[in-house]
Design a protein around this ligand. Structure first.
Ligand SMILES: Nc1ncnc2c1ncn2[C@@H]1O[C@H](COP(=O)(O)OP(=O)(O)O)[C@@H](O)[C@H]1O
Ligand SMILES: [Mg+2]
Length: 374
């Protein structure tokens, strides 16, 4: 029989109890690096599967490779220890592990477009490994398939950004009682299967946010923001210069840029449903970003707004322009614009598409083109 850590024991007991009572179970499993989360989750899923036949489970990971490298070895180890026959299929259209008549299908976030064939799949469980790294839509697509009775979900993660969508959507909502789930929180020390040398090395090498997240098992603000921002209180002399609009489906959000002396001040993000009705002066320039904007733009033009159609998606060169615009105080942020502040302070990864940042970058580029300050 396998020896388990304290948290792994807890997870396994919860799974056994839920299986016995034929109940659904959702475990959100946070913890430091090497705390035994992934190993424990695989152990729990195998246990769950032993009560069923002809079942499908989804193993979701950042990319297919990360599942094969980080999760599959634990299937091998655990099946060997439990004396279960298994078969691993790494390639083809359905990479998976088979144990008896049950299948654990690998869904990599990099392969979402090609997984259409399994759209109709109804699964008995979902293991989302390092779920904070996953794209939100991808995770939702996986969740939509977990429709069998008494299904099991386990999501593992280090504690990342305290503002991350994942933490807000799951951790905060479980705590608030909106989602029926159990949070397991594992400190690295409870995993005695990792050598002390490893911990000594990490204690020496990890600093700041990494130490906090991976060793202390705490939420952080992750990497420093890309933007070095000045915060300014509202001043009566500020006047609205440009309103950026981003639309997706029937939802839109706007970001105001106020003119203040020679500089611009970025205000609060506001969300709207269609049709959008803005209480602004016709002189104000509206900047529409992204591919679903043309329809909205026509509507706004028809209603007499001063629209500068400007379709654009993320381009890395604009990040640099925005960095400079913030760094030389050409663009600042209103101190009480809480949501805008949060978006900017937590933006640390260029290349990851974030609609609000795309809109901010695009408006800054537009302003720079018309004012040539960089
Ligand atoms: N119950 C266990 N028995 C043996 N080894 C374990 C056990 N739990 C974890 N380990 C080992 O500890 C290491 C870290 O476990 P892992 O589950 O990958 O941590 P995490 O996902 O929390 O980062 C791995 O090398 C794994 O093989
Ligand atoms: Mg892991």
């Amino acid at each position: 029989m396998t020896t388990l850590t304290k948290s792994q024991d807890k997870a396994l007991n919860l799974v056994v109890k839920a299986s016995d009572k034929n109940e659904r179970l959702f475990i959100l499993w946070y913890g430091g690096v090497r705390a035994g989360k992934t190993f424990g989750a695989v152990r729990a899923f195998i246990e769950h599967s032993l009560t069923r036949t002809n079942s499908n489970y989804i193993i979701a990971g950042y990319v297919l490779r990360s599942i094969i490298n980080n999760v599959v070895p634990y299937f091998r180890t655990i099946c060997d220890e439990l004396d279960l026959e298994y078969n691993v299929v790494e390639g083809g259209v359905n990479p998976r592990v088979e144990i008896g008549t049950n299948r654990f299908l690998f869904y990599g976030g990099d392969k979402t477009g090609t997984s259409k064939k399994s759209q109709g799949l109804t699964a008995d469980g979902l293991l989302a490994d390092e779920y904070e790294l996953l794209n939100r839509d991808f995770l939702k697509q996986c969740e939509a398939r977990i429709s069998k009775d008494a299904a099991l979900r386990i999501y593992t993660s280090n504690k990342g950004q305290k503002y991350s969508w994942a933490k807000k959507e799951y951790y905060d909502r479980i705590k608030a009682g909106y989602i029926n789930g159990v949070i397991i929180d594992s400190n690295p020390e409870e995993n005695t299967f990792v050598s002390d040398d490893f911990w000594d090395e990490k204690e020496r090498e990890f600093e700041g946010n990494y130490k906090q997240r991976f060793l202390r098992n705490e939420f952080t603000l992750d990497s420093p923001s890309l933007y070095d921002v000045d915060y300014i209180d509202f001043d009566d002399d500020m006047k609205l210069a440009v309103l950026g609009v981003y639309s997706y489906g029937n939802d839109h959000f706007t970001i105001p840029f106020y003119l203040f002396g020679e500089s611009f001040v970025l205000g609060e993000i506001e969300k709207y449903n269609a049709p959008i009705k803005l209480n602004i002066d016709n002189d104000i320039v509206l900047l529409m970003i992204n591919s679903s904007a043309p329809k909205l733009a026509r509507e706004m033009v028809f209603n007499g707004y001063n629209v500068k159609g400007y379709l654009d998606m993320f381009a890395p060169n604009k990040v640099e322009m925005s960095q400079r615009a913030f760094a030389n105080s050409k663009v600042a942020v209103l101190d009480n614009a809480e949501y805008t502040k949060e978006i900017i302070e937590t933006y640390s990864t260029p290349g990851v598409v974030n609609p609000a940042i795309t809109l901010i970058d695009s408006v800054i580029e537009y302003l720079n083109r018309s004012e040539q300050w960089l």
